[in-house]
Design a binder for this molecule. Structure first.
Ligand code: BMA
Length: 327
């Protein structure tokens, strides 16, 4: 049985020495903070981050930053790239947050899913773009309370598949839903449950970046939220899902693989948060750049090898059925 006591601690994610790579000081206009960015490679090989920017009222919008190497030399849009539009989309009255980007070859467009925040709580909105300059908004696709979403890059059995995290009386678990047209969603299935009790991922989990397609299945980073007397602790875990049937969990690690340790992760507007919303894949097909919000204040970068992540899951993961039995 794989238990944490027999798990050798290996740093699977390596922090970039220049972290944090983007802070409010880099911004061309006055903001409070920048964090939780979606990420993608553009056609010319450069990296685009769609950053969550919180203004000095406390409301968030999205702003694009582009870099040739994904590490430095960021060109940041001189004004917000996607602002909340509460007149047309009242669900955005308190801002838009935490985007995830999926390039969809069938549509030849990027699909951005993001949190729209209003009196009803956080909901899920979707927009399409070709260039991150103009967007076609589909509006709210999952009503509140729901967040932490990403679209899979291709249809599964003829339907689009969306991972999301509705809050229900059962708790905050990851679900997957299907759609013929990206607007109408159904066939909702529970995908991964938060554990209970003392576990690091008890009670509340959510998808982090979009799933990574590998030869072994969909590799998923998810965040777990531990409630402590001094606040919440956001850490990252790993799971693997069947490629043809993504609601089927093949492996799930017991321990977290990344948590707040560096000062910029431990101290900020919200202490002790690492919150990735995007990754890019290097030309070697194995190295990923994981972009994460640190303490709701800045954007940081960590590198990982997909092969090492899968090896770690083989050594430290177990199947979902056994997880539930342990609960
Ligand atoms: C989550 C989201 C994230 C945020 C985190 C810590 O619920 O709102 O945007 O980074 O809390 O505050």
């Amino acid at each position: 049985m794989s238990v944490a006591t027999t798990t050798r601690y290996e740093p699977l994610l390596l922090r970039h020495p220049a972290n944090p790579i983007l802070t409010r000081k880099d911004w061309p206009y006055s903001i409070n903070s920048v964090f939780n960015a979606g990420a993608t490679l553009l056609a010319d090989g450069s990296t685009l981050l769609l950053c969550r920017v919180e203004d000095r009222r406390g409301l968030s919008h999205l702003c694009a930053a582009r870099s040739r190497n994904g590490e430095d030399g960021w060109q940041i849009d001189s004004e917000p790239t996607l602002m909340p539009s509460p007149n047309d989309y009242p669900e955005e009255i308190w801002g838009i947050e935490d985007p995830r980007i999926t390039f969809v070859p069938e549509l030849q467009q990027y699909v951005v899913t993001y949190t729209s925040y209003s009196r009803g709580g956080p909901g899920v909105s979707l927009a399409l773009t070709k260039d991150f300059r103009t967007f076609e908004r589909y509006g709210v696709i999952m009503p509140p309370d729901d967040k932490d979403t990403a679209l899979l890059p291709r249809r599964i059995n003829g339907h689009w598949a969306l991972i999301h995290r509705p809050m229900t009386t059962l708790g905050a678990h990851m679900w997957i839903s299907y759609s013929p047209d990206l607007r109408h969603w159904g066939r909702h299935r529970l995908m991964l449950e938060a554990r209970r009790g003392a576990w690091w991922d008890a009670n509340k989990i959510g998808l982090s970046p979009p799933p990574i397609e590998t030869s072994r299945g969909w590799l998923v980073f998810y965040h777990g939220v531990r409630h402590t007397p001094s606040g919440c602790l956001y850490r990252l875990g790993l799971a693997l899902f069947d490629i043809a049937n993504p609601e089927k969990c093949l492996l799930r690690g017991d321990s977290w693989i990344f948590g707040p340790e560096a000062e910029y992760e431990r101290l900020g507007d919200v202490d002790d948060v690492v919150f990735p919303c995007g990754y890019t894949m290097a030309p070697d097909g194995d190295t990923i750049n994981l972009y994460y919000g640190a303490a709701d204040c800045s954007i940081a970068l960590a590198r990982a090898s997909v092969r090492s992540l899968l090896n770690w899951l083989d050594a430290n993961g177990s199947c979902e059925r056994r997880q539930r039995a342990q609960d």
